[in-house]
Design a protein around this ligand. Structure first.
Ligand SMILES: NC(=O)c1ccc[n+]([C@@H]2O[C@H](COP(=O)([O-])OP(=O)(O)OC[C@H]3O[C@@H](n4cnc5c(N)ncnc54)[C@H](OP(=O)(O)O)[C@@H]3O)[C@@H](O)[C@H]2O)c1
Length: 292
């Protein structure tokens, strides 16, 4: 299948940026349009078309999809899905790769689960061919949620330290999206995805501490708290932006996965290349964990 114009929504984000780089590095790069909510802020290579686009703003939908035949999009709970998909059809979009989530499989009734289920169902019902990439726990969650606490306090509070996941890297998620967009091999499939090695939360912190010690930094002090104390600590730390319902969902998930290795469904089965372990990802993203 020959690619014409491909739209990447979220090309300034972790997965979208990696997908853009991987598409541009192919031997015969397709014509690419990227969208951003803020053209002034985001920078992109000069050989891609940039449009202003917002999944929450219906007026931006026609420009997103005009003359696009395949698209990579995110699941955003405030997207007007009927209008979005109608604009996609008007633009003659043939194929949509959705960055979905494995919550569709293990917790579809949670807020996060519902947002992804709704997006998947709407795309299926539209009749446009699709691939739903369903990652579980991103390796970058430690960069997003742990690194700022570590940097400010030198500590990390945790509950259920023996809870396991196989964290998946943004590059491996993007590599699966690349296969989907450039080969058509994954048409009308859902692709559950995790990393290649199951590891506990505590082992993730130990990996960070090995890195810090190697780079001459003080190790992070890991403080284990009972669930309710952890929740109270996080509520006081994150104040307005920590949702107690989300905290309870996390606690339940960690409890369920204590000492329970994740079933490995890594990107290697799709790409044929080894997937990044958490430690490999950490090495590539080490700067975020070396600040004091
Ligand atoms: N974290 C996890 O463990 C996990 C697990 C499963 C699935 N997921 C999914 O992965 C996604 C996060 O991926 P990521 O780490 O690549 O995200 P990210 O780095 O936060 O990037 C998000 C991108 O989406 C764009 N964006 C945000 N709001 C938008 C809107 N209203 N309209 C259009 N574009 C918008 C942003 O672009 P601009 O700012 O330039 O517009 C940004 O480039 C989540 O949506 C979640 O559904 C996450």
């Amino acid at each position: 299948m020959e690619a014409r114009k491909i739209l990447i929504v979220g090309a300034s984000g972790r997965v979208g940026r990696s997908l853009l780089q991987q598409l541009l590095a192919t031997s015969n790069p397709p014509s690419i349009r990227v969208s951003t909510r803020n053209r002034e802020k985001a920078t992109f290579p000069s050989n891609v078309e940039v449009v202003q686009g917002n999944l929450e703003d219906t007026s931006s939908y026609p420009e997103l999809f005009n003359a696009v035949d395949r698209a990579f999009i995110y699941a955003n709970p405030r997207t007007r899905l009927p209008q979005l998909l109608s604009a996609a059809k008007d633009g003659n979009v043939q194929y949509i790769v959705l960055l979905s989530s494995m919550t569709v499989e293990f917790d579809p009734k949670s807020d996060i689960g519902k947002a992804h289920v709704n997006a998947e169902n709407a795309i299926k019902e539209s009749g446009i061919a699709y691939t739903f990439i369903r990652p579980r726990n991103f390796s970058s969650n430690t960069c997003l949620f742990w690194a700022p606490i570590m940097e400010r306090t030198g500590k990390l509070w945790m509950t259920y330290p023996r809870s396991q996941t196989a964290p998946v890297s943004e590059d491996d998620i993007a590599a699966v999206a690349l296969v989907a967009l450039t080969t058509g091999k994954l048409h009308n499939q859902a692709v559950p995805l995790c990393g290649p090695i199951s590891i506990s939360q505590q082992e993730q912190v130990e990996a960070i501490n090995r890195l810090r010690q190697r780079e001459g930094k003080k190790p992070i002090d890991l403080i284990i708290l009972p669930p309710e104390e952890w929740k109270a600590k996080m509520m006081s730390w994150r104040k307005d932006d920590f949702d107690p319902i989300f905290a309870d969902q996390l606690i339940a998930w960690w409890k369920e996965n204590e000492d329970r290795p994740e079933l490995i469904q890594s990107s290697e089965r799709i790409t044929g290349r080894p997937s990044q372990s958490y430690e490999e990802w950490l090495e590539l993203n080490k700067d975020a964990f070396l600040k004091d």
